[in-house]
Structures are given as structure tokens and as C-alpha cells.
Design a binder for this molecule. Structure first.
Ligand code: E4P
Length: 217
């Protein structure tokens, strides 16, 4: 299972990278705005800064909603750095752009997926990654993890190569449940990733080992 961090915050990306478990980064226009990164030049520079911090794929989202605009933007993003993955919205023109980029060998991430039918279309268009937003589904009393399981079944039925990138992960249990279901990738906040470290018996056990070592020295 790949671990992506869902942020545009360079300090958090550095921290996750330093843990040695990071496989990539996802961003979106809201995450960029949260870091105060605005204006095309600053946004493009920020993507390059992120790519220079990590080894894996970095999703950079287009803001156009028409095919020609997505192609223009996506080509410019892909030219920025070999680690860039063009992130496209799950709308008709986004699917068309996904097919265009996959035919050219450019990696894609189809985002804002909320149904198995949308996931099927993304796979048929050759998406590298397809991002169902589990937290946002949970927010409206719909089973986000159930959607991941449904998509896993469909992709396995046909051997689709598209990777299920569980997005809008909110907490540690989301990560564990996605791992059990077989999501290929999860993207979430640093807090959810660090939550996996925690167990009181680990802390108690370590404290005892250290205390016993001191007694013998
Ligand atoms: C995915 O690529 C999105 O950036 C993200 O996971 C959205 O998460 P949110 O619902 O917490 O905004």
C-alpha cells in the first residue's frame, strides 16, 4: 500500500519524507490556498519545490473544466517535473482529457470520485490513479469505505491497472480499513499517518526496558 500525504505544506511533507514511509503527495487548489500559495507562477514553483522534497508522484490539479484547457494546463504541469501527475476532475471533459494523457504516457489522477460508475469510467480512460473521497462521503452519511470495497471488486473483476487512491482520509482507522479492503494508495493528513505509530503498550514497554537497563548500569 502506498502512502501519500495530502497537503501543500512543505514542513509536513519534509516530516513525512523523513519518516521514510512516504510514496508521494497529493494537492488540490484548496490545499494550495490554505498555504497562501496563489497566482500561477507561485503555484507552479510550489509544485517543483514539492517534487524536489519527495521521491514519488506529486498530483497537480488543473483548474480548467473544458477539454482544451485541461490539455493545455496538464501539458504545462507535466513538463514541470517528471514526478508530476496531472489531476483531472471526474467530469465528461476530465475523462476525455484522462484518455488523451494516458495515450501519451502521462500519468493522471482522476479526482472527485463519489461512485463506482465514475471509478469504472476513470479506469476505462486509462487513469493511473482514481481518487474516491471517503471522508466527504462519510460526512453525508454515505459509506465511503463501502465505495472503496465496491471499486476494488469491479477493478479486480476486469484486471484494471488503475490504482485506487483512497482520498479524503480523515483519521488512522480510515487508513487501516483501506488497507484491509485493498486500496492501492491512501492519501491523508500527517496526523492520520502518525496516528499509526501510537500504542500505549509500546510506550509502557519501552519505558520499562529503559528503566531496567538503567538498573543494570
Ligand atoms: C485528494 O486528492 C484530495 O486532495 C483530498 O483527499 C480531499 O480531502 P478533504 O475531503 O479532506 O478535503
Amino acid at each position: 500500500m502506498k502512502f501519500f500525504i495530502d497537503t501543500a505544506n512543505l514542513d509536513q511533507i519534509k516530516e513525512a519524507q523523513a519518516m521514510g514511509i512516504l510514496d508521494g503527495v497529493t494537492t488540490n487548489p484548496s490545499l494550495m490556498a490554505k498555504e497562501g500559495i496563489t497566482g500561477e507562477a507561485s503555484i507552479l514553483k510550489h509544485y517543483v519545490d514539492i517534487c524536489n522534497l519527495v521521491d514519488g508522484d506529486v498530483s497537480a490539479e488543473v483548474i480548467s473544466t473544458d477539454f482544451e484547457g485541461m490539455v493545455r494546463e496538464g501539458e504545462a504541469l507535466a513538463a514541470l517535473h517528471p514526478q508530476i501527475v496531472v489531476k483531472l476532475p471526474m467530469i465528461g471533459d476530465g475523462v476525455k482529457a484522462c484518455k488523451y494523457f494516458s495515450d501519451k504516457g502521462i500519468k493522471t489522477n482522476v479526482t472527485l470520485v463519489f461512485s463506482a460508475g465514475q471509478a469504472l469510467l476513470a479506469a476505462k480512460a486509462g487513469a493511473t490513479y482514481m481518487s474516491p473521497f471517503i471522508g466527504r462521503l462519510d460526512d453525508i452519511s454515505t459509506d465511503g469505505l463501502g465505495l472503496i470495497a465496491e471499486i476494488r471488486l469491479i477493478y479486480d473483476n476486469y484486471g484494471f491497472d488503475t490504482q485506487i487512491l483512497a482520498a479524503s482520509v480523515r483519521h488512522t482507522m480510515h487508513i487501516m480499513d483501506c488497507a484491509k479492503i485493498g486500496a492501492d494508495v491512501m492519501t491523508g493528513p500527517l496526523s492520520a499517518i502518525k496516528g499509526l505509530l501510537k500504542h500505549p503498550l509500546t510506550d509502557i514497554g519501552l519505558a520499562k526496558f529503559l528503566a531496567d537497563y538503567q538498573k543494570g548500569n
